[in-house]
Design a protein around this ligand. Sequence first.
Ligand code: FE2
Length: 437
Amino acid sequence: MAFSYMPGFGNDFETETLPGSLPQGRNSPQRPAYGLYAEQLSGSPFTAPRGTNERSWLYRIRPSVKHTGRFKAANYPLWKSAPNVGDHELALGQYRWNPVPMPKEPTDFIAGVRSITTSGDVLGQTGMAAHVYVANRSMVDDHFFNADGELLVVPQVGALRFVTEMGVIELRPGEIAVLPRGLVFKVELIDAEVRGYVCENYGAKLTLPDRGPIGANCLANPRDFKTPCAWFEEKETPCRLTVKWCGNFHVTEIGHSPLDVVAWHGNYAPYKYDLATFSPVGALLFDHPDPSIFTVLTAPSGEEGTANIDFVIFPPRWLVAEDTFRPPWYHRNIMSEFMGLIHGQYDAKEEGFVPGGISLHNLMLAHGPDAPGFEKASRADLKPVKLDNTMAFMFETRYPQMLTRYGAELETRQDNYIDCWADLKKRFNGTPEGDWS
Ligand SMILES: [Fe+2]
């Protein structure tokens, strides 16, 4: 079955599965068509300024109060929330991992979430968590919503299907999806095994960055974001709904599917985006711009220019700069950087950062190209070069990222990562030419 989507970012969408099921000219008629219940889902306070005010009206078979019963505690010990400090004994450092192993036991998407870092405070609605997911089983009668934040999903292996109360998103590596806070969904696997990354945003919603002098086009263009058309099921069988709420998990049993929204309208909705449609802008003559030039989505923190989260990609592009060290420069950063690689090779590392891997460069910890990468870039013939077959990304936050015990003890952590800079030689010899022997 092919699922359809509506283009645009943050549009006031409207969609119905049955003719006339979406009320026109009003939100809450006395008796909505088809005997549906009208329900508002608020993504911002009622009084938020118009530019950030988000809500949708859902017309559903049962209201959401019927999709929860009595809750009992549920346990997902590898999904952590901030603050989660003092979780391990690993010393401070720059860290890198090979891919998280696929599960041997049957594992669905929610059970397959393994937190690597947390930052900020889930109760204060600031910061984020960086997770990896691995799964080999579809959710059938299980459903989930996250009251703690929106979920930015970055698949790396295998295609999935997010069956949400507002429509169905099919997602494969190279695409991303954002599932708003509170949205009920389940995850079906299209491929047998899946793996990827998740950024759980506790704070203000991800939005498109301002482009400044770049103008009205390039980077991520709004029309390339896709929101699903309405889809519902009428399923009267025992189901479960699990909720993540203030860092804890709760489960409730219900007698039907909660995915029963026949029509909806509004601007609070899930969406997906194909990273191949990102139009990069970069150095045309010399120097390497700051990586913020590759920001796909940004979540503001309330302090201007200081993001709670920047979602940044390093896409295929031409390198043409003259008299320039072309890879990302060495630096120390007040922001904290969680990186992943979807496929190919990242231009600052010659080896060791593999697809599915992770690197973590935290608050003020130095990093940059490895020694072979420095050698190569310093001696390269600077003709135009296409950097192709690559897609790395970064979850960058203003807050330090606290490593979890799972991340610290993960057997795929490369204990020798720090050695990638060991062979950087002293080139200074007092002459303007330096020592390039
Ligand atoms: Fe960096």
